[in-house]
Design a protein around this ligand. Structure first.
Ligand SMILES: Nc1ncnc2c1ncn2[C@@H]1O[C@H](COP(=O)(O)OP(=O)(O)O)[C@@H](O)[C@H]1O
Ligand SMILES: N[C@@H](CCC(=O)OP(=O)(O)O)C(=O)O
Length: 362
């Protein structure tokens, strides 16, 4: 089971760890762990917990100070979890992930293997975004989505999102008359629901990112429960509390889930009509022969958008070449390139396994 807890449920208004609430959450998680459930905790709160020690009154706006606060706060946070779980004889392991780790095949496999090994060893992995190295474009931006990707990565049976609100409501919870939504079966149940920003000062995504996370997880076959951290015991016991998002049946690869939902292209490749057809309808790899132009500065391994002759983005993929190499390859067959430039130029521009079709745009 993956449990994600937000900053507002762990820290005080003055930017300190709220020891009582951390301990109360750990009481629930430890009981469940000791009863035999393997748990991964995705915990926010590094930036919020760094504010007090750095003498900052509010969440800083600039990225560098946010990263500095995260660096200070992450240590404080994990130290607290370590001693809190130790009350039950349980150990924790810190796992910091970036978007790149979810996209690049080797990192993705490493993260998967490390989490599996930690669970085998009886450790409770505590995951957060690696805030100190993540920059604007590569930030997960929100741990709700990170938790959804992790829940698919470890093939979790459930994802529990704990926040400072007890459920998803059809409008702002502070507005009189807003109703709790007990169940979400699909996108049709979200029509007309007002998804607002967060009420607290320390959280980041509000309900928007939680609903996105629920869509990613349920799309990968993982059911999601959203409720307040104070109701964690009931949620983990499977009681009818908060909002339950029913799982769908599909199990797409995690790397591609990430590529589709939580990253942006660093460049753009213009495809001719035949290449669009090959990619979208026949799910083929992209070869240089079908590309007419390249835009942007990117390196091999980066995500790039693919657009058709009308300029509409139809897919996104992880490109195998640097942007500067591509103009010389355009419109030419791989065999011709291999003969002229060497066998390493026979590789496709983007392998079919690294392409995701963007249904929303296509
Ligand atoms: N339709 C809605 N239903 C429930 N909560 C909502 C809704 N719209 C906005 N919110 C706000 O979202 C907040 C939770 O988001 P956030 O602060 O980012 O949480 P966390 O820090 O737990 O990740 C709640 O405090 C609530 O005020
Ligand atoms: N990595 C950031 C988490 C940012 C985030 O997603 O926060 P939240 O909306 O409280 O879950 C931190 O630890 O401060």
């Amino acid at each position: 089971m993956v449990v994600k807890v937000g900053s507002s449920s762990l820290t005080t208004h003055s930017g300190m760890i709220d020891v009582d609430r951390v301990d109360a959450l750990v009481d629930v998680l430890a009981a469940r762990r000791l009863a035999g459930t393997q748990l991964v905790l995705v915990s926010s709160g590094a930036i919020a917990a760094g504010l007090g020690p750095l003498g900052l009154a509010a969440r800083p706006r600039d990225l560098a100070t946010q990263q500095a606060a995260a660096s200070v706060g992450q240590g404080v946070l994990v130290a607290r979890y370590t001693s809190s779980f130790a009350r039950y004889g349980l150990r924790v392991g810190q796992v910091l992930l970036t978007a790149d780790d979810m996209m690049r095949r080797a990192h993705h496999a490493n993260a998967q293997r490390t989490l599996a090994r930690l669970l085998d060893l009886g450790i409770v992995p505590i995951v957060n975004e690696n805030d100190t190295v993540a920059t604007d474009e590569i930030r997960f931006g929100d741990n709700d989505r990170l938790a959804a990707l992790v829940s698919h990565l470890i093939r979790a049976d459930a994802l529990v999102l704990l926040s400072d609100v007890d459920a998803l409501y059809d409008g702002p919870p502070s507005r009189a008359g807003s109703r709790r939504l007990a169940e979400i079966r699909g996108p049709e149940d979200l029509v007309g629901v007002e998804l607002g920003k967060n009420g607290a000062a320390v959280g980041t995504g509000g309900m928007v990112t939680k609903v996105q996370a629920a869509r990613i997880a349920t799309g990968a076959g993982v059911p999601v429960v959203l409720t307040a951290a104070a109701h964690a015991a009931h949620a983990l016991a499977g009681e009818d509390i908060g909002t339950y998002f029913h799982p769908g049946g599909r199990h797409p690869g995690t790397r591609l889930l990430w590529l589709a939902h939580a990253t942006t292209g660093r460049g753009l490749l213009h495809l001719d009509r035949g290449a669009v057809e090959a990619i979208v309808a026949r799910r083929k790899s992209l070869l240089p022969a079908g590309v007419t132009a390249v835009e942007g500065e990117f390196a091999a391994g980066d995500p790039v958008d693919l657009c058709g002759p009308e300029g509409r983005v139809v897919a996104r993929g992880l490109v195998n070449y640097d942007a500067v190499e591509i103009p010389d390859l355009l419109g030419r067959s791989t065999r011709e390139l291999a003969t002229e430039l060497g066998p390493e130029y026979e590789r496709e521009l983007i392998h079919r396994d690294d392409i995701v079709i963007l249904e929303a745009h296509g």
